[in-house]
Write a protein of this length. Structure first.
Length: 187
């Protein structure tokens, strides 16, 4: 009985949330398409958010996921593909982010994600064979609009700063989540 009530409440929310998302292929048609979308997303972020522009000047590398798709109904997941830029050039690998979650959650969302890697240790963690597991290894600070207003290069002390941007859809909930970023050789 409780399950039916939950479905009656959650199903309309899921439909409303997914209606705002565009159907797009999970994988980029080509690596150059992915790189172009990542460059466009990074340029937009650094133009609109002064803190991102400042971090970009001092970052040793920037990992950009132009589109990550997240869906969930009790159990959830997210996936996206990105490009690592060093000195303005794309690396020889592209990167994949994969995450899972469970808990009180419902909805669907797409967003961009940029990680400014400030130290060699952060780059080494990302480049390792096992990839980077968010929450393990280097310190990651997720910067929201409020924190971005007070962030300056003199106050940056963490290994990685992350920005989520261009959110579409609706995802609500409370739960446990894990993410892994791994490099994938170019085809």
């Amino acid at each position: 009985m409780q399950r039916r009530k939950l479905l009656k409440c959650v199903l309309p929310l899921m439909l409303a949330a997914t209606a705002g998302l565009t159907a797009q292929p999970a994988l980029a048609e080509t690596v150059s398409d992915l790189e172009a979308r990542a460059r466009t997303a990074l340029n937009r972020l650094t133009t609109e958010v002064p803190a991102a522009r400042e971090l970009a000047r001092d970052a040793k590398a920037i990992l950009v996921f132009p589109r990550i798709t997240r869906v969930g109904l009790v159990f959830g997941g997210q996936h996206g593909e990105g490009v690592l830029f060093r000195n303005g050039h794309a690396s020889d690998y592209y990167y994949s982010i994969l995450g899972g979650s469970w808990g009180l959650q419902a909805g669907a969302q797409q967003f961009g994600y940029a990680m400014f890697l400030m130290t060699d240790e952060a780059i080494d963690s990302l480049s390792s064979a096992s990839g980077l597991e968010i929450g393990v290894g280097p310190t990651v600070v997720v910067v929201d609009r409020g924190a971005a207003a007070s962030l300056t290069t003199t106050t940056t002390r963490s290994d990685i700063y992350a920005f989520a941007f261009s959110q579409r859809g609706l995802m609500a909930g409370l739960g446990l989540q894990g993410n892994r970023i791994a490099k994938v050789p170019r085809r």
